[in-house]
Design a protein around this ligand. Structure first.
Ligand SMILES: [Zn+2]
Length: 353
């Protein structure tokens, strides 16, 4: 750094402080199934469970999950995370000699399908139309362009085994689909609910938070006994999805409160007192962070529907809730209705709420 501010930059600690374990609540027991404590999981690089007849869930030590389905005449794979990589092939070969004939992409993200190319060019790659568009637009040698796509609904039938694919609109990202195995009652819907935890930061980097909320309801509209959520070394039950849904609705309720209270013109002006135009964005940061802190504290200390707090129910609540609070608050301001707009002739202060 140079110029008049050289010393100023040198003495500053920028960014976030280092998180310390002592400042956080440990994950609840439901988040730590036995196989995570088994050294062979880490030696093999995968753990596999059969969730329904011929439908298998596979997870990796890195917390990325995929699935595959035996049909008696070839294997249908759902997703191929690079962190699982060829260990997914090992998991398939541990139960069947059938070759892989289909690879279904849940969505276009590299972290979930970035090992798909290992299945070669003789398989069908099945995905949503938008996923094909994105992979044609941003080509990747590790993510073959889908060979078969659909717009709203499609049924993949191999040797009488069914996988019903459905697209209900953008959520985590455009083109993120539902894959439903009706005979096994297993639903795959990736990057919405991470069973047992609050999901990764910023609603798992979701692009459309209104769609992210809706996806929880859409997941629950299926009569599933197991959910493959893509993370994080846990498959999910209805109870897991209901808990996640309740957590997000708490965040949204507190976000509504925070926006209402702190975005009234008078409150807003308070964040700018004593700041000139040159420091106006410092006031903006304090305004945003005050809302985030309010939402975070309210969410973490609330006694929830089963009598416990969120840190007692879901892993990652204390480190990640502040990121979710930001995402829900900011998306509420962007995606949901405002309560009006500036009236002609009223000048300032700004009208935001
Ligand atoms: Zn994703």
């Amino acid at each position: 750094m140079s110029g008049d501010y050289g010393d100023f930059y040198a003495t500053k600690q920028w960014g976030f402080p280092k998180a310390e374990a002592a400042d956080h609540v440990p994950s609840p027991e439901q988040f730590m199934p036995e196989y995570l404590l088994d050294p062979t999981f880490y030696e093999k690089g995968y753990h596999r469970e059969e969730l329904g007849a011929g439908f298998h869930w596979v997870t990796s030590p890195a917390g990325y999950d995929a699935a595959f389905m035996q049909t008696g005449n070839g294997v249908i794979v759902i997703d191929a995370p690079p962190t699982l990589g060829e260990n997914l092939q090992a998991a398939i070969e541990s139960v069947t000699d059938e070759p892989v004939t289909h690879v279904v992409y849940s969505h276009w993200h590299s972290d979930h399908i970035g090992a798909a190319s290992m299945f070669g060019q003789d398989v069908e790659y099945v995905a949503h139309d938008i996923t094909r568009e994105l992979l044609e637009r941003f080509p990747d040698r590790y993510r073959p362009v889908p060979t078969s796509t659909f717009a709203t609904d499609a049924t993949l039938e191999v040797n009488g085994e069914l996988l019903e694919l459905s697209y209900k609109g953008a959520d985590h990202c455009p083109g993120n689909i539902y894959a439903w195995a009706p005979a096994q009652k297993v639903l795959t819907k990736v990057d919405i609910v991470s069973p047992g935890s609050v999901t990764f930061m910023h609603a798992d980097a979701s692009e459309n938070i209104s769609g992210f909320f809706q996806a929880h309801d859409d997941i629950l509209s299926y009569d599933f006994t197991a959910l493959v959520g893509g993370h994080i070394s846990r498959w999910g039950t209805r109870q897991d999805v209901e808990a996640a849904r309740e957590y997000w609705h708490d965040l949204r309720d507190f976000a509504d409160e925070a926006i209402k209270e702190m975005s009234e013109p008078e409150a807003l002006q308070g964040f700018l007192v004593g700041l000139g135009r040159e420091h106006q964005l410092v006031g903006a940061e304090n305004w945003i962070n005050s809302m985030v802190n309010y939402i975070t504290e309210k969410t973490l200390t609330k006694i929830t529907s089963d009598g416990r707090t969120w840190p007692e129910r879901l892993a990652g609540a204390t480190p990640f809730t502040k990121y979710h609070a930001y995402t829900v608050m900011e998306s509420s301001r962007l995606e949901r209705t405002h309560h009006g707009y500036q009236q002609r002739g009223s000048g300032g202060p700004w009208f935001i709420v």
